[in-house]
Ligand binder design. Structure first.
Ligand SMILES: Cc1ncc(COP(=O)(O)O)c(C=O)c1O
Length: 371
């Protein structure tokens, strides 16, 4: 008997890693960069109200959702494409603009999804070296362009490092990149930076028809499970993306919630301010435990304990998960010594940090014994 053979080789790369929390009384997930601050007023009610008519198909054109996004940011709804999370849109961009054998460029230690997009279409994922402190090097990206380059992904701020790229550098990249190459500005964490800076992403798409911005409702808007994101691009690119996305890609409940949520910019401002306070607190406590930090501006810290024994970060993640605190180790990013911890409620952070302090002490003791 012969079985169908997939064209894609099997892979282990995944954005969401399984983790064993058995034995924990309660689980606090600090491993997915979700928001602990809930959803904008009216969003859950909109989901409930739409659920009443769940026997009806949702609007495949996401008209109300696009109109709401357009009016909030003064954007042209015809240039907005909605997605089943921004993840679907990143994937669609890859499928529309690159194929097997092409090159997809992104800075080293970028969001794992970029490599996954390349994998799915058989393109080559090319990682561009960074400058010091996880800073994106625009000149290095430009120097890495070859005749095979089709797409450049830039997450700003980036996950897992949390590092922002100054908008002047992004603008220069858009200016100097050959215009037949698609530049994707993945702004999933842009709500956590100055809104005026985030708006510059859209201005860049006005000047450069090869640039597309992707945004998400999964982070600051607190709608991760709804699966809603959007892209903003030149009308031709919007048409191309609409051609490949799923017809009913954004379900009616998600559309309704997103349309309400986007108008709640006061809520988003509060999320930004409280997340910044929480991040400063988390950074301070991690620093006093001896951790080195990336200069994250997003809703998570990215930290490494200098001198810790090999494997310590992964073992610590596994041990804390069994005590109910999940965060992310980053060996799959090629950064096995680094931990990513989402900002959360102070009481939860304190409880987690006390457990982490025990792990740090154990690492120090181990080093002292071995040294
Ligand atoms: C940089 C970045 N882009 C995009 C996404 C995808 O988010 P979603 O598909 O939930 O919109 C994530 C999720 O963590 C992310 O970290």
């Amino acid at each position: 008997m012969s079985l169908p053979v997939p064209y894609l080789a099997s892979r282990t790369l995944t954005v969401v890693k399984p983790i064993d929390t058995s034995g924990a009384r309660r689980v606090v997930n600090l491993g997915l960069n979700e928001s602990w601050l809930g959803t904008p007023p009216g969003a859950i009610e909109a989901i409930r109200a739409t659920a009443e008519s769940v026997h009806r198909y949702s609007d495949p054109g996401c008209k109300a959702m696009r109109a709401a996004i357009g009016s909030t940011f003064s954007l042209d709804p015809a240039r907005i494409v909605c997605g089943n999370g921004s993840e679907e849109l990143l994937d669609a961009i890859g499928r529309v603009y690159a194929r097997a054998g092409d090159e997809i460029l992104f800075p080293a230690y970028s969001f794992l999804q970029f490599a996954i997009v390349a994998y799915r279409i058989g393109a080559r994922a090319v990682e561009v070296p960074l400058a010091a402190n996880f800073a994106v090097d625009v000149d290095a990206i430009l120097a890495a362009v070859t005749p095979a380059t089709r797409v450049v992904f830039l997450a700003n701020p980036n996950n897992p490092t949390g590092v922002a790229v100054p908008m002047a550098d992004v603008a220069r990249l858009a200016r100097e990149l050959p215009s037949h190459i698609v530049l994707v500005l993945d702004a999933a964490y842009a709500e956590y930076v100055d809104p005026a800076e985030a708006m510059k992403n859209y201005e860049i798409t006005d000047r450069h028809p090869n640039v597309v911005v992707t945004r998400t409702f999964s982070k600051a808007y607190g709608l991760a499970a709804a699966r809603a994101g959007w892209a903003y691009a030149h009308p031709d690119m919007a048409t191309a993306l609409n051609n490949v996305r799923g017809i009913g890609n954004v379900n009616g409940m998600a559309q309704a919630a997103a349309a309400v949520a986007i108008a709640a910019q006061d809520f988003v401002r509060e999320v930004r301010e409280r997340t910044a306070e929480g991040r400063e607190y988390l950074h301070g406590r991690l620093r006093s435990l001896g951790f080195e930090l990336s200069p994250s501006v997003a809703n998570f810290a990215f930290a490494r304990l200098p001198g810790a024994p090999a494997g310590w970060a992964q073992e610590t993640v596994a041990r804390l998960a069994r005590q109910g605190f999940v965060f992310r180790s980053n060996e799959d990013y090629g950064l096995p010594d680094w931990l990513r911890v989402t900002v959360a409620d102070k009481a939860d952070l304190d409880e987690m940090l006390d457990l982490l302090a025990v792990e740090v002490d154990a690492a120090d003791t181990k080093l002292a014994v071995e040294g």
